[in-house]
Design a protein around this ligand. Structure first.
Ligand SMILES: Nc1ncnc2c1ncn2[C@@H]1O[C@H](COP(=O)(O)OP(=O)(O)O)[C@@H](O)[C@H]1O
Ligand SMILES: [Mg+2]
Length: 309
């Protein structure tokens, strides 16, 4: 199993969203409510166009409905739950965590819950410093960058790795304070491998209670990965020939048994497609072929060569 690749997971703690009628209408973009709804619709389509992720899509849909209804309750003078949107994303690398977080940030901005909606992705080294006080400084700087959007901490449990004396603890404390101080305009997402995330939260019960939303990102199935290859290719205005598609499928089935390299990992697929695009360029340049059809086609041979690199 290739579990230990150096991908970041993330741990985040958001603050509490006060629903404010004033902030609802605008994310500072001067859009009419109709335009905003349309925009939100676009974002939901973007989310839904991702391959697989059935449960993730369902949960995001629920969160969206919940926010909308709480806003309507508030507008009607009914008690509204404070919206706490800090989340934990659990899953292996390449399962779509960062991709989904980026869409969520934009969606929350459209809903008036965040003023900007940008994603700031960090890992331990961005937060933890080398001497006393340095960590708080670094962490606060990252929080500042993330204000108005989402701070996404990959492999969040690495903050707890060094034990009691480690500065990681200082980072956690600073984050907890930031969650309080900026509760209206800041969402924290902690991400990483499921087992590590759960152990981390178990050993930090105070932290756990601040993250009401947990989303699991399962590994992609082989057929989903083939569809992802197809989608990534299409988005770049290339086309997989049937032979190329078949080669990718074969490769995935071959590796499924060995537990090697793939692990339901969409990033691996993206890298493979990108490498195949380079191989296609070499092939075409040599053959001096420039028809539109040829410029678009990724052949079986391109995939095979991409695998050899
Ligand atoms: N469901 C999906 N459909 C299409 N592409 C995807 C999907 N999930 C991930 N990808 C692509 O795979 C790559 C890795 O995804 P990412 O969100 O960075 O994974 P993680 O953050 O879990 O490591 C990105 O290029 C992304 O566009
Ligand atoms: Mg990621």
């Amino acid at each position: 199993m290739t579990r230990r690749v150096s991908f970041p997971g993330s741990v985040t703690r958001p603050g509490r969203y006060q629903l404010q009628a004033e902030t609802r209408a605008g994310s500072g973009k001067g859009l009419s409510p109709d335009q905003e709804r349309e925009n939100l619709g676009d974002l939901m389509s973007e989310l839904n166009s991702l391959i697989g992720l059935g449960k993730v899509k369902k949960l995001v849909g629920e969160i969206k409905d919940y926010i909308t209804i709480q806003q309507q309750r508030r507008d009607m003078g009914l008690l509204a739950e404070p919206l706490v949107l800090h989340m934990v994303f659990k899953g292996n690398p390449g399962t779509g965590k960062t991709t989904v977080a980026r869409i969520l940030g934009k969606a929350f901005a459209r809903m008036g819950l965040l003023s900007k909606g940008h994603l700031t992705e960090v890992e331990r080294a961005d937060l933890v410093g080398e001497y006393i006080g340095h960590t708080a400084l670094k962490t606060r700087e990252m929080v500042k960058k993330a204000l108005g959007g989402i701070l996404f901490i990959d492999e969040a449990y690495s903050l707890a790795r060094g034990g009691e004396k480690d500065f990681g603890k200082e980072a956690i404390d600073t984050l907890v304070k930031a969650m309080e101080d900026h509760k209206d305009d800041f969402v924290l997402i902690l991400a990483g491998y499921r087992g590590e995330m759960e152990a981390f939260l178990r050993s930090n019960p105070g932290l756990k209670s601040r993250f009401p939303i947990h989303i699991e990102f399962p590994d992609y199935k082989i057929e989903e990965l083939v569809d992802i290859a197809e989608q990534i290719t299409r988005n770049r205005q290339y086309r997989l020939t049937p032979g190329a598609r078949e080669k990718i499928r074969e490769l995935l089935y071959e590796n499924a048994g060995s537990g090697e390299l793939v692990m339901g990992n969409a990033r691996y697929i993206r890298n493979l497609v990108e490498a195949a695009i380079r191989k296609q360029a070499v092939r075409l340049a040599k053959a001096k072929v420039t028809t539109r059809e040829a410029l678009m086609a990724l052949e079986r041979q391109d995939i095979i060569e991409a695998l050899e690199k």
